[in-house]
Design a protein around this ligand. Structure first.
Ligand code: SAH
Length: 367
């Protein structure tokens, strides 16, 4: 039994079942036992591989996008380049290599890394060691000072706690974690929701699960509010779906394999699929512009990732060339990361629509 499971059991014995968001929060970011607080789980030797770890091309294309938006918003001195949940710092290092091509962009920037984990902050500092400009670390988005900003989050929103509800004959019940008849941790329905109107759901059948990513929506509202007051653009890339529907997307990953979200709390990565439709609405409610989701494949391809791959291949030793092709396929092929992952943007009203999202404004969600 993990130390966190012992603590959860004691808590359940005294206070009853724990709601899903609290369980996720403890499993991921509890200072003593949280999954991200213990070390570096990312990469081939860790539990999961993210797009920036697949290839530098991912971060370079995002860097080119961010630099384009920096000039589109008016090259403000003191613009903050913010990353949410920067992992090992690979994405930001790749982005900054692009910014370094333009002295006028480089000197205007302050890099801000929003990271809960001290262990990962150290990794990030090492990745950014050669960047001469200002860089700061904060633990929470709420602590970001106001100002012009460019923001990026890859696989950040999926790590934020979600609420889950289960439809029963007695109504809609929030889902929690307690002890089952075999004394193992188990999902249990909590008491029925007293004011069901507050939880708007699509039509549900008995037994269906419905999720609300309230923490992700709160983060997006926070960003959208800032973008309403000061110029900026934000980009989120994550796995998710467009319209709210029934389904249990809470998943645990350990050593590149999915596992039971209730097994070994604190030792597995826990994530859920992001509801982009809810995030888009949350941003618009706060007065920001929002477009997407569009597939990661469409986003990267329309911004020219294959040209970047060609340039890398041309300069690469022969033995490396097939590897670059394979990395490109991993990022954009629909049966790898290309279709599962999606991009969404939020930006300040009055600023230009960011490429390549223009088409999604007339064509729906895009492909
Ligand atoms: N963006 C990186 C890492 C994704 S993993 C990549 O693409 O490789 C999720 C990241 O978010 C980790 O850095 C983790 O420590 C951080 N994180 C998770 N929950 C967080 C929270 N509530 N506040 C701040 N950072 C968080």
């Amino acid at each position: 039994m993990t130390p966190l499971e012992a603590r959860l059991r004691a808590d359940i014995a005294t206070n009853g079942p724990i709601p899903v968001p609290r369980y996720m929060e403890l499993c991921l970011t509890d200072p003593a036992h949280g999954y991200y607080m213990r070390g570096d789980p990312i990469g081939a030797g860790g539990d999961f591989v993210t797009a920036p770890e697949v290839s530098q091309m991912f971060g370079e294309i995002i860097g080119a996008w961010l630099m384009t938006m920096f000039f589109a918003m008016g090259s403000h001195p003191g613009t903050r380049l913010v990353e949410l949940g920067p992992g090992r710092g690979t994405l930001m290092a790749d982005i900054l290599r692009v910014f370094a091509l333009r002295e006028d962009a480089t000197s205007a920037l302050e890099v801000v890394m929003v990271e809960a984990s001290p262990a990962l902050r150290e990794k990030q500092a090492a990745s950014l060691a050669s960047w001469p400009g200002r860089k700061t670390w904060i633990g929470r988005l709420e602590d970001l000072p106001p100002g012009p900003m460019l923001l990026v989050g890859n696989e950040f929103l999926d790590a934020l706690p979600i609420r889950q509800f289960v439809k029963m004959e007695t109504g809609l019940h929030e889902r929690g974690i307690g002890l089952g008849s075999d004394d193992a941790l188990a999902f249990l329905p909590l008491s029925p929701i007293v004011h069901p109107d507050e939880i708007v759901t699509p039509p549900l059948n008995h037994g269906d699960i419905f999720e609300r990513g309230e923490a992700a929506c709160a983060a997006v509202r926070n960003i959208a509010r800032r973008l309403g007051n000061r110029p900026g653009y934000a980009l989120f890339i994550d796995y998710g779906y467009d319209a709210p529907g029934a389904g249990d997307t809470l998943q645990a990953v350990h050593d590149h394999k999915t596992t039971d979200p209730l097994s070994e709390p604190g030792l597995n990565d826990l994530t859920s699929h992001v509801c982009f439709g809810a995030l888009r609405e949350a941003a618009r409610m706060m007065g920001a512009e929002a477009l997407g989701p569009m597939s990661q494949a469409a986003f990267l391809s329309q911004l020219g990732i294959s040209l970047r791959a060609d340039a890398l291949i041309k300069d690469a030793p022969t033995g490396r060339r097939a590897g670059i092709e394979a990395d490109l396929a991993r990022l954009v092929s629909p049966d790898q990361m290309g279709a599962l992952f999606k991009a969404m943007t939020i930006w300040s009203p009055g600023l230009p629509v960011p490429p390549p999202f223009q088409e999604t404004s007339t064509m729906g969600a895009g492909t």
